[in-house]
Design a protein around this ligand. Structure first.
Ligand code: HBI
Ligand code: FE
Length: 292
């Protein structure tokens, strides 16, 4: 087989010469994905869907089916958006990688989710720092089909613009981190995963629910806003919501008074247990077994 030119083979740079719009969106050029890239998506998809039953929140699993994300190959964001938009008004827009905060919040506030359009190179199959199309579409997009979570994500975008005005971005970014990226939710059968950073990671999908080392703490907005997070390893604390309704109700307000409450307060370390924490020890499998 003829070797592909290096810049084409190198997934991350596939859009380096693509014209970029003012809102940082690009043309996904879906037809330019190679067979290898589609095959890599299929292997990532197969690995993850083998691990998630009994671990992913039911709302996630249902949305995957509704969005027909089980089809083979890298999704065409236009076609996926046409299905998603009919459900909750959200669309998925291709970008090359992380976009500036104000651009990011403006997209979310207008029900557009900016998804990285490159797929991770084979050498980073198990883990990569930046959000690639698998993390963004497999991890983040399904729950945008859930009406309550879809409302939360729009509210988060509007809150982001406000946080920028108030200079409170660090606190708000922690809310995103400990919910949208690494959140757990209670279910009748124990804890389940809804955070995209976990859902798109085979090892953290198991670790977050069943390992003894991390703390699992009931959702508490000021507590989260003061808690440092981990960028390049599994989290040491996972926050647990009772429901997406609880998340939306708690966050669907002006955060000015919450920012005032945390302003000047010291941060908590990522592994710290704090007076007043409601520690939830039920994992999914272990909790289920103990209940018998
Ligand atoms: N923040 N400013 C900014 N820009 C992004 O692209 C961004 C982000 N926070 C989270 C995030 N992207 C990831 O969730 C991606 O997976 C979308
Ligand atoms: Fe993400």
């Amino acid at each position: 087989m003829n070797a592909l030119p290096a810049e084409v083979a190198n997934s991350k740079n596939r859009y380096a010469d693509s014209p970029r719009n003012a809102d940082y969106t690009i043309d996904q050029r879906w037809h330019s994905y190679t067979r290898e890239e589609h095959d890599r998506w299929d292997r990532l998809f197969k690995n993850q869907t083998a691990i998630l039953p009994g671990r992913a929140a039911d709302e996630f699993t249902r949305a995957m089916l509704d969005l027909r994300l089980s089809e083979a190959g890298i999704p065409d964001m236009e076609k996926l958006s046409d299905r998603l938009e009919k459900m909750t008004g959200w669309r998925v827009v291709p970008v090359t990688d992380l976009v500036p905060d104000d651009i990011f919040f403006d997209h979310l506030a207008n029900r557009r989710f900016p998804a990285g359009a490159f797929i991770r190179p084979e050498e980073e199959f198990d883990y990569l720092e930046e959000p690639d199309i698998f993390h963004d579409i497999f991890g983040h997009v399904p729950l945008l089909a859930n009406p309550v979570f879809a409302d939360f994500m729009e509210a988060y975008g509007k809150g982001g613009n406000r946080a920028l005005e108030l200079g409170q971005l660090k606190n708000l970014a922690r809310l995103y981190w400990y919910t949208v990226e690494f959140g757990l939710i209670r279910s009748g059968d124990g804890l389940r995963i809804y955070g995209a950073g976990i859902l798109s990671s085979p090892r953290e999908s198991v670790f977050s629910l069943e390992d003894d080392s991390p703390n699992r703490v009931a959702f508490d907005l000021p507590r989260i806003m003061r808690t440092k997070h981990i960028i390049d390893d599994f989290q040491q604390t996972y926050f647990v919501i009772d429901s997406f309704e609880q998340l939306l109700e708690t966050c669907y307000k002006d955060f000015a008074n919450v920012y005032a409450e945390v302003r000047g307060q010291p941060d908590y370390e990522a592994h710290e247990i704090v007076a007043g924490d409601l520690i939830l020890n039920e994992g999914s499998r272990r909790y289920f077994l103990d209940k018998r």
